[in-house]
Design a protein around this ligand. Sequence first.
Ligand code: F0G
Length: 460
Amino acid sequence: MKATRSWAEPYKIKMVEPLFMSTQEQREGYLKEAGYNTFLLRSKQVYIDLLTDSGTSAMSDRQWAGMMMGDEAYAGSENFYHMEDAVRRYYGYKHVIPTHQGRGAEHILSQILINKGDVVPGNMYFTTTRLHQELAGGKFVDVIIDEAHDPVSEYKFKGNCDIQKLQRVVDTYGAERVPYICMATTVNMAGGQPISMENLKTVRAFADKYGIMIVHDMTRVAENAFMIQQHEAGYSDRSIAEIVLEICSLTDAATMSAKKDALVNIGGFLAMNDPELYQKASNMVVVYEGLHTYGGLAGRDMEALAIGIGESVQQEHIRARIGQVQHLGQMLREAGIPLVLPIGTHGVFIDAKRFLPHVPQDAFPAQALAAEIYADSGVRTMERGIVSAGRNLETGAHNFPELELVRLTIPRRVYTQAHMEVVAESVVSVFEARDKIRGLKMIYEPTYLRFFQARFEPIQ
Ligand code: F0G
């Protein structure tokens, strides 16, 4: 692949969904009603929706055709076997249990593997993953490399695990208190940053030495594989499918939110090689999700997922997907917007600390910036900073994360290059008027995953 050639989309558009174009005055009213939380806006009030890449993909005509082949039997649906075949073929795990989405898989796995007082090291936290670890009695410990917490470090594999930090966890708590090591591909909260194959192999050797399992959060594994193909020595002539399979082969079990990489609007799964773990999980899934051959999904959803997995590892698809994200990032970078570098794979992350240096972190700069971008243009983004980081379970104080970010997350196969230009123009115009942004005060704080439903008021 020549870097000089364009990344244009390997598909054409066959159906469109009209968007509502609002005025700034209308948007200011919507924002007030929504408590300045972009999660509480109605989708109709949004012009370009960059809240998340989760469940927001456009499915292909093949996936839609597959939906018509739904076998809606309670037990043993044919679509489950198609999905199981796709997981075995593309990811290599022996057993798979469908779940309604990623957190369903995280819940079941955490309940089975974690005992009270256990410690789970991971390459940075994800909100739902950490909460399920904590609800099962475990404690999350961050073992990602320091570069991941530094928005200006341009290290290519900021998702890597720091083996010395991992060693310290084992030395401090003992290997018997570590039920598994959680490795995510790519690392969402670090800005969509990949882990290298070399690093994953080192983690594998470490895990083998101590007899610890590796659980793979494989939500964006194909995107990680693309970064390995582009930037890691020895992988430039390997296919995305081969690299994905190799990543999975270095791990023992996986949780998957198929709403991202796998191009479906709903669905996920838990996968593993150990038959005993499979037995336990397939029993637990009937309590919380549904029978082990549907796990909360309709037959048609499992069919779309089986087809989506195959599409997700196609070279032209992943190149255009990440190419679009990089294009937006490049436009913002050239305009001088402070970003997390390098540009990640599923979105562009604005560094709100540098964008709004005059707003203290406990006045929620990233939340305030997301609100301001929406008011400017109807572009919806998401806070990934102090609100997302929640409170320390023991002390009750805010967790103050190094990274205070606004995420411009790009849905797969949904928006055009012109949409990306509108987004860039809006961010630049907010940047030019950044001095007037004062920050927010939280007026309602829910107990769990507060960022979803918290409400705010502007500081006058
Ligand atoms: N792991 C990662 C890395 C994720 O990004 C997500 C979801 C999950 C697990 C949980 O999966 O939503 O299907 O239950 N991320 C979404 C996001 C919500 O917007 O980043 P889920």
